[in-house]
Structures are given as structure tokens and as C-alpha cells.
Design a binder for this molecule. Structure first.
Ligand SMILES: Nc1ncnc2c1ncn2[C@@H]1O[C@H](COP(=O)(O)OP(=O)(O)OP(=O)(O)O)[C@@H](O)[C@H]1O
Ligand SMILES: [Mg+2]
Length: 357
């Protein structure tokens, strides 16, 4: 599961990408290569390590999440993909094309047609209406007015803002503005969408709604989405794969469940400790495997425990099905709870256990 498919399925590939901010990148790069850490390089040379030898292969049709604390290099990474930032060394291939070899014209075309971006701070144009904002990318691309407004209106409706076409961004709430940002990116109809902390500024309820909406849209869109977040729960909820960054270096790249069950180091363990394990663990991992009597209700092995728990209100057993729909095992509520308890790092110290008389 940790291996990626053949190169043809790779939408975005970063190989050995290092970015040093500062006046003497060569010296800093040389120190990095000798194994000197980010803090030391900065103290000695005044240069800041943005990315440190990052290699990632992002498969087509995936939501790939890059997760890390503030300053870990997430924005620096995503901005390399559309070359808003030039690397100090390394290679960046998008859809088979070497981004670093593009001349100005090729790069402009690439940004207009192949890749769209949703920014953390919405970045809407205040003097333009919602529909004009959404249509902006198409305008730059030279799509004629009637067609671009028609396409923009369609996306405004999909993100739930029908009726707000003529409204100015400042008259919208934060969540609504973010929807405009999402509609603007999706209206570009690119195979790749870059999202830098796109939902981080939203309050929790609206944020959960946006996550759901993205997942729902992705079912039919099947785009390659590079999604940046500092929130591990968000990463678990929406990521097909997750890369964890620290000090500009990749710590682990894995399936969400793998990260929760087998964190690669102490840094990742710290993130894992407090997350909702029921969100990350699939029923196939903890089910009772075997040929049992067919259950009235069954879920696929890839279903998350979180989504299955409510089913136990009305069913003692829930079946688990394999790829061709046949029942391969079953689960009870007790089994799920026991498994979740087993994977929770620390015992509940504050819990008071009383024996029934
Ligand atoms: N233009 C720049 N000049 C100098 N240093 C920079 C520049 N941009 C980023 N950095 C440094 O690179 C490192 C990574 O920054 P980056 O913005 O990628 O972090 P981030 O993970 O996106 O953080 P946040 O979650 O706060 O957005 C930081 O140490 C930052 O100070
Ligand atoms: Mg950032």
C-alpha cells in the first residue's frame, strides 16, 4: 500500500527538491547535504531552509494531503508545483512536463490551463461581483464572455451560492467567500487543483461542510488535488495519502490509516496521539475475518469505523464485504470499541472503573 503505481499514473512528481531562502543558497545547500539541520544552517549562514530534499509522487485522481506545523514548508512546497517559487535544486514534473524547463509563454499557458489554485485568504477581487470573480480565470484564458459567465454560473450553483452572482465578496461571509474561491478554481476545469490551507480560516462547522462538499465533488470530478493543512483530523478525513513535513523535510508518506497505526517517528506520534482513531481506521483492518452467516447489513472493507458505529444502534452484527461484494467478515460494536481502545496510545488515566456489584 505504501508503493505508488507506475509513473504513467503520476500527476505531480517532485524529485529531490530543496529550497533555500537567502543570499548564499549554495553554502547552505552544501551544509544540508552534509547532514547539518535547518536550525544550524540558519544560525550559521542566515539562510532559511524552505524545503529539504523533498521527493513525492502524487497519483492522478488522488487527494494528496501535505500536513505539517506552521513553518514546516507546506506553502513553499505547493508553490513549487506551479513554479511560483523556483527550487534551489531538484526536479518538478507535472503531467509529464518538466515545469522548470518551461519558458515564460509555456509557463503562463500551463498556469492558465492545467492547474488551478485555491488560496487560504480567498484572494478575491473586491470590485468584481461573485460571478466575475469565478469567471476571471476563464477571462484570462480568453474564453468569450457569454461562455465564461455560463460556466461560472454553473459552478456558483454547485457550491451552493445561487442567487449571489451579482454580490460583492465583502458582502459574503468567510465560508461563502471560500466557496467563491473553490468555484473559481473548479471553473478552470483543470485536472490539477492546488489548495493551500483552503479551509483553515473557516469556523469548524462551515469547515466540516466544505470538507464534505469537496469529497462529494471529487467523486464525480476525479481530479488530482494537492491539499495543504496543519490539521491532522482534516488530513485524515479527506486524504487518500498524506505526507508529513517537518523543517522542510518529508517525515512519512502513507495512507492515513498507516500513519495512525504506524507513525514513522516521535514527531508524527505526537500528532497521532490526539486524533480521532475511528476516522482513520477501516473496518477491514479490525473485522473478524471468516465465512459467517450473511449479515442483514454490510459495508465495504474500506469503510471507516466512524461511519459504521451508528449502524450498531439497530444491528448486532455488520458484515464486511470484499472487492467483489462478497461478505469476507463481520463486526460487532464491542469489537470496534476494543480495537479503538487498543490503538489509543495512553490508557484513560482519569477514568474511574467501578465493578458492578
Ligand atoms: N520568501 C521567503 N523568504 C525567506 N524565508 C521564507 C520565505 N518564505 C518562506 N520562508 C521560510 O520557509 C519556511 C517554510 O515556510 P512556509 O511558508 O512554507 O511554511 P508553512 O508550512 O506554509 O507555514 P504556515 O502553516 O504558517 O503557513 C519558514 O521557515 C519560513 O520562514
Ligand atoms: Mg503556509
Amino acid at each position: 500500500m505504501s508503493q505508488v503505481s507506475p509513473t504513467s499514473d503520476i500527476a505531480i512528481s517532485l524529485k529531490g527538491v530543496t529550497k533555500i531562502f537567502g543570499s548564499d543558497p549554495e553554502r547552505a545547500l552544501d551544509m544540508l547535504r552534509r547532514g547539518v539541520g535547518k536550525t544550524e544552517v540558519q544560525a550559521e549562514t542566515g539562510n532559511v531552509v524552505g524545503l529539504d530534499d523533498v521527493s513525492l509522487a502524487i497519483e492522478r485522481g488522488q487527494i494528496f494531503v501535505v500536513m505539517g506545523l506552521s513553518g514546516s514548508g507546506k506553502s513553499t512546497l505547493i508553490r513549487h508545483v506551479n513554479r511560483l517559487i523556483e527550487p534551489t535544486s531538484g526536479e518538478i514534473i507535472v503531467g509529464g512536463d518538466n515545469v522548470l524547463e518551461m519558458d515564460d509563454a509555456a509557463l503562463r499557458k500551463f498556469r492558465q490551463t492545467r492547474i488551478a489554485m485555491v488560496f487560504q485568504k480567498f484572494a478575491l477581487m473586491p470590485h468584481r461581483s461573485v460571478i466575475e470573480n469565478v469567471a476571471y480565470g476563464l477571462e484570462i484564458r480568453g474564453v468569450r464572455r457569454e461562455e465564461r459567465l455560463e460556466r461560472a454560473a454553473k459552478w456558483i450553483e454547485i457550491v451552493g451560492l445561487k442567487g449571489y452572482e451579482k454580490t460583492r465578496p465583502r458582502q459574503l461571509s468567510g465560508g461563502q467567500q471560500q466557496r467563491v474561491g473553490l468555484a473559481r478554481a473548479l471553473a478552470m476545469d483543470t485536472d490539477i487543483v492546488l489548495m493551500d490551507e483552503a479551509f483553515s480560516a473557516l469556523d469548524p462547522l462551515i469547515r466540516a461542510g466544505m470538507q464534505e462538499q469537496l469529497l462529494e465533488l471529487q467523486q464525480s470530478l476525479n481530479k488530482t488535488i494537492l491539499f495543504i493543512t496543519h490539521d491532522f483530523d482534516e488530513a485524515l478525513k479527506i486524504g487518500n495519502r498524506i505526507a508529513v513535513l517537518k523543517d522542510g523535510a518529508v517525515q512519512q508518506v502513507a495512507h492515513p490509516e498507516e500513519i495512525v497505526l504506524r507513525p514513522a517517528n516521535a514527531h508524527i506520534e505526537e500528532f497521532v496521539r490526539d486524533v480521532n482513531k475511528a476516522r482513520a481506521i477501516h473496518v477491514g483492518t479490525i473485522m473478524e475475518r471468516g465465512a459467517f452467516e450473511a449479515c442483514e447489513l454490510a459495508v465495504p472493507a474500506g469503510a471507516r469505523c466512524e461511519d459504521v458505529l451508528p449502524l450498531f444502534a439497530d444491528h448486532r452484527w455488520v458484515g464486511v464485504t470484499g472487492e467483489s461484494g462478497e461478505q469476507i467478515g463481520r463486526l460487532s460494536a464491542t469489537q470496534v470499541i476494543k480495537a479503538l481502545a487498543r490503538y489509543s496510545a495512553a490508557p484513560p488515566a482519569a477514568a474511574v472503573v467501578t465493578e458492578a456489584a
